[in-house]
Ligand binder design. Structure first.
Ligand SMILES: Nc1ncnc2c1ncn2[C@@H]1O[C@H](COP(=O)(O)OP(=O)(O)O)[C@@H](O)[C@H]1O
Length: 189
């Protein structure tokens, strides 16, 4: 057992914290994350739990976000919404979740995770490629065909491109993940 509270009760707490359309997104991410887990021999129960909790803080106000997850760098102060992964982790801790892998996955779904963190990678990929977004089907197909690492790499590269196209500086953790991927592929940044 990963949590003393049932996933049904946790889902209900999340539902009360977010807008209805966000909750629909969360359920789609959880379904897809479970499928990705099956396709990549990962712990389905763990990933499903992380996915149900990942956007728990997404609809909080900027003030609530910064109270739960005080900004540590200028980018976080300027984009408090980007703190929702760390703030979501805090909520999960308050609700009794102790599993470090689940907590890291919730925190890492915005900025990216360590390359060996497969649960975190699966959640990251499910979040950016769930069918309701209408984008990133190639990333979803890669993950569902058992090529999670490739899917995650593609997702991080796309995220950096997307942020840059919007004139938003990528978070240092995202840049670190991006550089590690480029080095692994033997490409220049
Ligand atoms: N890696 C990042 N670096 C900097 N800002 C980011 C990063 N990821 C997300 N953000 C910002 O945080 C906010 C939420 O982003 P995101 O989690 O991608 O949205 P969503 O919850 O819709 O998937 C957006 O304002 C986005 O610009």
């Amino acid at each position: 057992m990963i949590s003393t509270i049932s996933v049904v009760d946790l889902a209900e707490r999340v539902r009360q914290q977010v807008k209805p359309e966000r909750y629909e997104h969360i359920l789609r991410v959880a379904e897809l994350a479970a499928e990705i887990a099956r396709a990549n021999a990962l712990d389905v129960e763990k990933i499903y739990l992380a996915a149900i909790l990942h956007d728990a803080a997404r609809d909080l106000s900027e003030q609530q976000l910064t109270e739960l997850a005080p900004p540590e760098i200028a980018l976080e102060r300027n984009h408090p919404l980007s703190l929702h992964g760390r703030a979501g982790r805090k909520l999960a801790e308050q609700w009794g979740i102790e599993d470090e892998e689940v907590l890291e996955a919730i925190e890492g779904h915005v900025y990216g995770v360590r390359p060996e963190h497969r649960i975190g990678m699966a959640l990251y990929v499910a979040d950016v490629s769930e069918p309701g977004r209408g984008v990133n089907q190639d990333i979803r197909d890669l993950a569902l065909s058992g090529r999670l690492e490739e899917a995650y790499q593609k997702a991080v590269l796309c995220k950096v491109k997307y942020l840059q196209s919007k004139g938003i500086e990528p978070h240092p953790r995202t840049l670190a993940a991006y550089k590690a991927i480029m080095e692994q592929r033997g490409e220049d940044c």
